[in-house]
Design a binder for this molecule. Structure first.
Ligand code: BES
Ligand code: MN
Ligand code: ZN
Length: 498
């Protein structure tokens, strides 16, 4: 899909479809009112007769509206004007694109980004609209022998603005939105790939490709390299699998040479069977999504590189399968992590923290400004927060605040959970420095506490995306979260959040 920004008026715009909003109070938005005036109250008559009630998410397609130059007008219900916030705006844009895709229109001009949203700027409205447009157009059909052909695909989208002095700003916001959308799409594609395709080796190839495409530095650490570094915790997870583990290291250098990097670490378990502590069979296929943390940090890197943000960003992906096998780690096994701390593996299904802890120790060598890890870490996080918010933990209050704020801004929200000392006691082991599980109560917190023991040397945050990285049921598929949250955080840090 091709996107552009144009200063234009709705009644004069030549287009296969012009899209305008109507509030529940039956009040027409500015653009709708202009068409209405030109068309001798055609729209207000429809609204008055009750054929469009302005309810949030409703749409009404009109043909040959008098005195316009477009083939169609799509009315989109915006709900109550007083309540028109982030959620309502997103829903309106989403329904507009869904409806547009169902028409025969090859191009559309949207006058929805002109409508004010509480506390949000024009740039925000354009950026979000671009992200949502691409999200609704997303398909993952590479393994279907018969693709669902869209008969009349939407090819061109114009976001209309009403002041020409805002053109440059709107264009920049559009470029940001499209870059973020590409990052989201990469994360979704990687997440949706089956475990027999998306192996640790496949993720490494993807990283090398990203590096070629965006001139990044890339290094893949193999089993022998990890052995030499003493990453026995990470390696213990791979022992039951025939797939060799990898540690992917990518550097994007957009900032000053001496500027400390920000490091993102993504859990890359390409399939989590649980290992010897085998998971139950129900929905086990969804454990192919256990690399969505990795997918999201790669997607974020892609977006950052495309936006050419002035900062230094390093991405680390510890990746492995977690399988049962003759050589697999067993409950009770004790391993020494790269940090020197010993770990008693009481449950081989708590493998995410085992691969992450060595990657976090490895991050120390980059003298990072901040480290953020992203992981589908605990089922307990799904119980706590459902599928709405990601779990957020941090060893610095300010960092937690900035990430929460980025999540609000991106409508990709997180919720702050505690890392108090009392919870650390859950990880006591009779035989090693710590156990890898802390029991069922507070399961997400004890997992985060485990990670915190490897993050003493830097500012650190952890995002548990077990409930947000993918959807189950009829809409099963990766969401690309938290790419929007992370990219907004980085945009802000780079001083480019417009
Ligand atoms: N990848 C899972 C977490 C998960 C489970 C995410 C279900 C999304 C849905 C993780 O490796 C895991 O198995 N965690 C265990 C930890 C437990 C053994 C302490 C869990 O959550 O059950
Ligand atoms: Mn597991
Ligand atoms: Zn897992």
């Amino acid at each position: 899909m091709e996107f552009s920004i144009k200063r234009t008026s709705p009644e004069k715009q030549r287009s296969a479809c012009v899209v305008v909003g109507v509030f529940e109070s039956r009040k027409l938005t500015g653009a709708a009112a202009l068409i209405d005036e030109a068309a001798n109250h055609y729209l207000s008559d429809i609204v008055r007769r009750g054929d469009m009630d302005g309810k949030a998410g409703s749409t009404r397609l009109l043909h040959d509206v008098p005195s316009t130059r477009c083939d169609r007008v799509l009315l989109v219900g915006l709900g109550k004007e007083k309540e028109f916030g982030d959620k309502e705006y997103g829903a309106a844009i989403r329904s507009a694109f869904k409806a547009l895709n169902e028409t025969g229109a090859a191009d559309g001009t949207l006058f929805l980004t002109e409508t004010g949203v509480k506390k949000r700027s024009l740039a925000w409205r354009i950026r979000q609209a671009a992200i949502i447009a691409q999200e609704t157009a997303y398909r993952f059909e590479q393994f279907k022998s018969k693709r669902n052909e869209v008969r009349h695909p939407l090819r061109k989208v114009i976001f209309a603005i009403d002041r020409s002095d805002e053109l440059a700003l709107a264009e920049e916001a559009l470029a940001q939105g499209l870059a973020i959308a590409e990052g989201v799409a990469l994360a979704r594609n990687l997440g949706n790939l089956p475990g027999n395709v998306c192996t640790p080796g496949y993720l490494a190839e993807t990283a090398l490709e990203l590096a070629r495409e965006h001139a990044l530095e890339c290094q893949i650490l193999e089993r022998a390299n990890m052995e030499a570094l003493g990453m026995h915790s990470l390696l213990s997870v791979a022992k039951g699998s025939h797939q060799p583990p990898k540690l992917i290291v990518l550097h994007y250098l957009g900032g000053a040479q001496d500027e400390k990097p920000l490091v993102l670490v993504g859990k890359g378990i390409t399939f989590d069977s649980g290992g010897i502590s085998l998971k139950p069979g129900l929905e086990m296929d969804e454990m192919k999504f256990d690399m969505c943390g990795a997918a999201s940090v790669l997607g974020t890197l892609k977006a950052v590189a495309q936006m050419k943000l002035p900062l230094n960003l390093t991405v680390l992906v510890p990746t492995s399968e977690n399988m049962p096998g003759g050589a697999a780690s067993k409950p009770g096994d004790i391993v020494t992590s790269m940090s020197g701390q010993t770990i008693e593996i009481l449950n081989t299904d708590a493998e995410g923290r085992l691969v992450l802890c060595d990657a976090l120790t490895y991050a120390e060598r980059f003298k990072p400004e901040t480290v953020i890890d992203v992981a589908t870490l605990t089922g307990a996080c799904v119980i706590a927060l459902g599928h709405v918010a990601s779990g957020l933990f941090a060893n610095r209050e300010g960092l937690a605040r900035d990430l929460l704020h980025a999540g609000e801004e991106a409508y990709d929200r997180a919720w702050h959970l505690p890392l108090w000392d009392e919870y650390q006691d859950l990880l006591k082991s009779n035989f090693a420095d710590m156990a890898n599980i802390g029991g069922r109560a507070g399961g997400s917190i004890s997992a985060a506490c485990f990670l915190s023991r490897f993050t003493g040397k830097f500012d650190w945050a952890h995002l548990d995306i077990a409930g947000t990285a993918w959807k189950s049921g009829a809409d099963k598929g990766a969401t690309g979260r938290p790419v929007p949250l992370l990219t907004h955080y980085l945009l802000k840090r780079a001083g480019k959040l417009i």
